[in-house]
Design a protein around this ligand. Structure first.
Ligand code: DQA
Length: 145
């Protein structure tokens, strides 16, 4: 089983970016802990980051038929991107929306997720643990109703 983790804009800055909100873990260290858990679960994980909305759309399109599920931290594009929403709807793959921070407890413009209606579910507010929880969800999502 293969799970694709996609990370959007500014997540390359994790570790130094507003650590009071996003924590001090870097994306590389989060990936390392996801890989450890993935190995224990016997699944393969690929991790990518881009600041480019179009690149995320392309990666989602290319994932169809190649991976079992996508764990997506679309970062700010969560709140703005109809293109990402359309790509998710088009590929008919289970997509787990994930966020480090609790977007519902922050500024009102973060309360709305453009992608939530086409994702299987949302994990938000657990810091780096959100990624591990997203992995667990992605691995088990096909067992759910
Ligand atoms: C984020 C939350 C978004 O609102 C924000 O734009 C991000 C990160 C999170 O992981 O908490 O860049 O997706």
């Amino acid at each position: 089983m293969k799970i694709l983790f996609l990370n959007g804009p500014n997540l390359n800055l994790l570790g130094t970016r507003q650590p009071e909100i996003y924590g001090r873990d870097t994306l590389a260290s989060i990936e390392a802990s996801v890989q450890v858990r993935a190995q224990a679960l016997g699944v393969s994980v690929e991790f990518r980051q881009t600041n480019d909305e179009g690149q995320l759309v392309t990666w989602i399109q290319q994932a169809k038929g190649v991976v079992h599920a996508i764990a997506l931290n679309a970062a700010a594009y969560t709140h703005t991107s109809i293109a990402l929403r359309d790509a998710i709807a088009a590929v008919e793959l289970p997509v787990i929306e994930l966020h480090l921070s609790n977007i519902h407890a922050r500024e009102s413009f973060r309360h709305h997720s453009m992608i939530a209606p086409v994702c299987r579910g949302q994990i938000s507010g657990f810091g780096a643990l959100s990624y591990i929880l997203a992995l667990e969800a992605a691995v088990n999502v096909n067992h759910l109703a």
